[in-house]
Design a protein around this ligand. Structure first.
Ligand SMILES: NC(=O)c1ccc[n+]([C@@H]2O[C@H](COP(=O)([O-])OP(=O)(O)OC[C@H]3O[C@@H](n4cnc5c(N)ncnc54)[C@H](OP(=O)(O)O)[C@@H]3O)[C@@H](O)[C@H]2O)c1
Length: 280
């Protein structure tokens, strides 16, 4: 297939390029196409001849900044851009996959969330991602939305790339810093390569639509995740629980395990972590 991928320099975008090697990807940067303008998107797509599938992994991910100065950009990137892409994809009859997040849920359900649960975001980032989901489905009723959580994997090529949690743990270990993490915010660490593999196996056919939860199985807090990373790395480090009170601008949902009922389960996050660490 010829796949148009927006967000290719991001962590998840990069995984599609690494994993789905039997497909041809077209990967414009933000300088190539103005995603705030449907005419610019349509012209770009028409200039490519035919496109078989469109993926959007672009996002404004700065959860705390979105509560203040970043709000406008979060709305632009997480709502308007997916809406524009969905409109153009629908007009050109192209199957469309958009990526969303576990932060659309309020995190009150300790047992986790299936695709059928009603989202209630607690923060601006979650609200913009939820608004983006709705805008996509409205503009392209056959679109696919994959919710993912707590991504890890090879460093993205983007100059704006944020460190993932594994990079933070490794950096603290190398600098022999005390590793103190909150024993809260239970969610599923998810390997970007596994997401790409699952999408390729189950969604590239384009014959399904709606919301899918794509997360490695199992869930943990930041503290328990750090313990497993250190254990698997086999390095000397002491991980302790942070006892101070979080002072983040955004309210973070406490339990957001993504339960998948529509696709076969992905492997456990511990097994995915093992494969990833063996490669790095
Ligand atoms: N990371 C996580 O833990 C996590 C958790 C839950 C859900 N998600 C969701 O998963 C998806 C992928 O996340 P990720 O971590 O791979 O993101 P990422 O590494 O931050 O990459 C985001 C990409 O979006 C592009 N982008 C941002 N603003 C843009 C704009 N205005 N125009 C064009 N491109 C723009 C960036 O382009 P540049 O390369 O030019 O900067 C970058 O390539 C997102 O939908 C995110 O909400 C992520």
């Amino acid at each position: 297939m010829k796949i148009l991928l927006f967000g290719a320099r991001g962590r998840l975008g990069g995984a599609f390029l690494r994993v789905c090697t039997s497909h041809t990807f077209v990967t414009p940067s933000r300088e190539d196409v103005d995603l705030s303008d449907t005419t610019s998107i349509a012209k770009y797509i028409e200039s490519l001849g035919s496109i078989d599938f469109l993926i959007n992994t672009t996002a404004y991910n700065a959860v705390d900044l979105a509560e203040g100065d970043g709000r406008k950009e979060a709305e632009e990137v997480n709502v308007q851009i997916p809406k524009n892409l969905a409109e153009v994809a629908s007009a050109h009859k192209i199957p469309f996959l958009h990526i969303s997040t576990d932060y659309v849920f309020d995190g009150a359900k300790q047992e986790g969330y299936t695709e059928a649960e009603e989202p209630h975001p607690l923060n601006v980032y979650g609200q913009t991602k939820r608004d983006g989901e709705r805008a996509v489905i409205q503009a392209h009723p056959d679109a696919m939305i994959a919710r993912v959580s707590r991504l890890f994997g090879l460093r993205a090529a983007s100059p704006n790339a944020k460190k993932d949690f594994i990079e933070i743990v490794k950096m603290k270990q190398e600098q022999q810093e005390v590793m103190a993490f909150f024993d809260r915010e239970t969610s599923c660490p998810t390997y970007v390569d596994d997401v790409a593999r699952h999408v390729e196996a189950h969604l590239f056919s384009g014959d399904q639509k709606g919301v899918f939860h794509l997360a490695n199985q199992g869930a943990c807090t930041w503290y328990t995740w750090a313990i497993e990373i250190v254990k698997q790395l086999g390095v000397p480090a002491e991980v302790v629980r942070r006892t101070d009170t979080p002072t983040r601008a955004a309210t973070i949902p406490q339990f957001t395990e993504l339960l998948s009922t529509r696709l076969p389960p992905m492997r456990s996050w511990q097994d995915a972590l093992k494969e990833y660490l063996a490669q790095t």
